[in-house]
Design a protein around this ligand. Structure first.
Ligand SMILES: *Cc1c(COP(=O)(O)O)cnc(C)c1O
Length: 427
């Protein structure tokens, strides 16, 4: 037995499914998850000391590459001064100032410890601000695991949502409406029928939790216009896309400003940090200023903030996003050329430092279209690549992530691995 297998067997005795977050368990691709022991730049090493080129980057945060020396040093320096105070610190002010200076929508921001906390709090705030009950989300978008967000579409457009998780009462789900991504007609229809009931619309402005699915400009623009018209709070969930697609998030990329933004992943630089922020008049409704309660023992944790701030500082260096975007495009071209050479039905796409690969003729625009791809073929490819030392997301419904340490040589090695993987799939 490999050490990965030994660890997985042992883990399952005391941890449900052997993992602390479900996708890590390899359930959708099958096989034994790899247990990692260390990481550096674009590489990770598993418990058997096998090296992989990593295209997950901790699901996004590792945009500088793993274990960047400046980030590690910042964490070490902060740790020496104490791990947590439960009182304000100057670093939190610098963090808030940095975030507000970078993202167009942020006038004020509050730090939390995860993306889930950020979206959950933003939704409570939107409801408290508007005094309305109903929230709108889109099929295939993930916003963390708060009750009202684990909801899928009902059978008709104007019906109530259905919980996608046991433990979520239908009474909660009925306040969530689920629409199809990129569908403008549905938006108009819903707002016309019940716009004055809608507290907020929450959207991944570029979706990365149903593989990579880009919005049309009209979709985001229509969202903005309808929310303004009906006094509904527009929330861009940029937990994944914030500082991943560009230095100003998707909002800067498309020039469309939401009322509230949620952040996570990159802003913690690999440590647990989330944030939500936006218009000052809305943020003024949070405790201690206003009646919407929100709090956190470890919010603004000094060690986590040190990692996040150092990361944000490094990615503001000139040319950073140029490099990130160029390397990601090269990767997409490498996948496409390898697939083409073997006559695979395949497509790929990218934006900033995130990418999608699809075993379908064309790049999908909705959750349903992602599901029409050849998922079984992806699963085979995933294992062939794993075997070749390339670690892709273990699900056809996840996006991939590139860092600035993914050099031309690393991408060429990936192309060669893909070439061998496709070759092995012919038999
Ligand atoms: C990862 C993610 C979340 C949840 O963040 P956690 O830190 O895992 O709680 C929320 N929204 C989006 C868009 C995400 O990608």
């Amino acid at each position: 037995m490999s050490r990965n297998e030994v660890l997985f067997e042992r883990a399952q005795k005391t941890i449900p499914g052997g993992v602390n977050s479900p996708v890590r368990a390899f359930r959708s691709v099958g096989g034994t998850p790899r247990f990692f022991q260390r990481a550096s730049g674009p590489y990770v090493w598993d418990a058997d000391d096998k090296q992989y080129i990593d295209y997950i980057g901790s699901w996004g945060p590792a945009v500088l590459g793993h274990a960047h020396p400046d980030v590690i040093k910042a964490v070490q320096d902060a740790a020496v001064n104490g791990l947590s105070f439960g009182a304000p610190t100057e670093a939190e002010i610098v963090m808030a100032e940095t975030l507000c200076s970078m993202l167009p929508s942020l006038e004020q921001v509050r730090l939390v410890s995860s993306g889930t906390e950020a979206t959950m709090s933003a939704i409570r705030l939107a409801r408290g601000f508007t005094g309305r009950p109903t929230i709108v989300k889109f099929e295939g978008c993930y916003h963390g695991h708060a009750d009202s967000l684990l909801v899928k579409a009902g059978s008709g457009l104007l019906t109530f949502g259905n919980p996608t998780s046991a433990g979520v009462p239908e009474d909660f789900a009925k306040h969530t409406r689920v629409l199809s991504y990129n569908n403008i007609e549905q938006l108009h229809e819903l707002f016309k029928a019940s716009g004055d009931q809608l507290a907020c619309v929450i959207v991944e402005p570029v979706a990365g939790n149903m593989n990579l699915v880009k919005p049309t400009r009209e979709f985001l623009q229509t969202l903005r216009e309808l929310c303004t018209q009906y006094g509904t709070v527009l929330i861009f969930d940029e937990v994944m896309t914030g500082f991943r697609v560009g230095p100003q998030g998707v909002q800067g990329y498309f020039g469309i400003t939401p009322d509230l933004t949620t952040l996570g992943k990159i802003i913690g630089g690999g440590m647990p940090v989330g944030a939500f922020g936006g218009r000052k008049d809305i943020m003024g409704h949070i405790a201690p200023l206003g009646p919407v309660y929100q709090a956190g023992t470890l919010s603004g944790n000094p060690v986590a903030v040190a990692a996040g701030l150092t990361t944000l500082c490094l990615l503001q260096q000139p040319g950073f996003y140029n490099t990130l975007e160029t390397q990601t495009r090269k990767l997409v071209e490498a996948f496409n050329s390898a697939a083409q050479a073997h006559g695979e039905t395949f497509s790929a796409d990218s934006i900033g430092g995130m990418f999608g690969i699809y075993f379908s003729e064309t790049v999908p625009a909705t959750f349903a279209e992602v599901g029409q791809g050849n998922i079984a073929r992806f699963n085979t490819f995933f294992h062939a690549m794993l075997n070749e030392g390339v670690y892709l997301a273990p699900s056809a419904y996840e996006a991939g992530f590139v860092s600035v340490t993914h050099t031309d040589a690393v991408i060429e090695a990936t192309r060669q691995a893909a070439d061998r993987a496709f070759e092995s799939m012919k038999i």
